[in-house]
Design a protein. Structure first.
Length: 131
């Protein structure tokens, strides 16, 4: 239902630290719901790259590029919201990021709400090219 909101086209890129070292890669996504929610209502995020599942401990999320959270930390974050229409960024910590060339990346974003009894999940797989 919300698959078109997940993993925005042309948003996958390698990420560097302040010293210019590539520390991972990230992609942008929209929320799988029609309104904003606190981060504690994100049920889970999952990434698979070239057929390999990314360990949850290597995934970070930010709704604002200011505060970054692990998936475990988000479970307790009720004061920061991911607003509808705002891009969230999913980062994968991986030394060296993605190598040059084409990679198949799959992102799952699953949210829950107080009054819908099932989680709302969106999935998108994209072939991304790293130059």
């Amino acid at each position: 239902m919300f698959d078109n909101n997940v993993f925005l086209k042309d948003s996958c890129r390698n990420v560097t630290d302040a010293d210019g070292k590539v520390i991972g890669y990230e992609m942008d996504t929209y929320i799988t719901y029609y309104r904003g929610i606190p981060l504690s209502m994100i049920n889970f995020l999952a990434v698979e790259t070239d057929g390999e599942k990314v360990p949850t401990g290597d995934i970070r999320f930010t709704p604002d590029h200011i505060d970054w959270f692990t998936l475990d930390e988000m479970k307790t974050v009720g004061t920061i919201k991911w607003e509808y229409g705002e891009k969230g960024t999913v980062r994968v910590l991986r030394e060296g990021g993605l190598s040059k060339g084409t990679h198949r990346v799959h992102l799952t974003v699953c949210t829950r709400t107080a009054y819908i009894p099932i989680p709302l999940e969106g999935n998108m797989t994209r072939d991304v090219v790293i130059a």
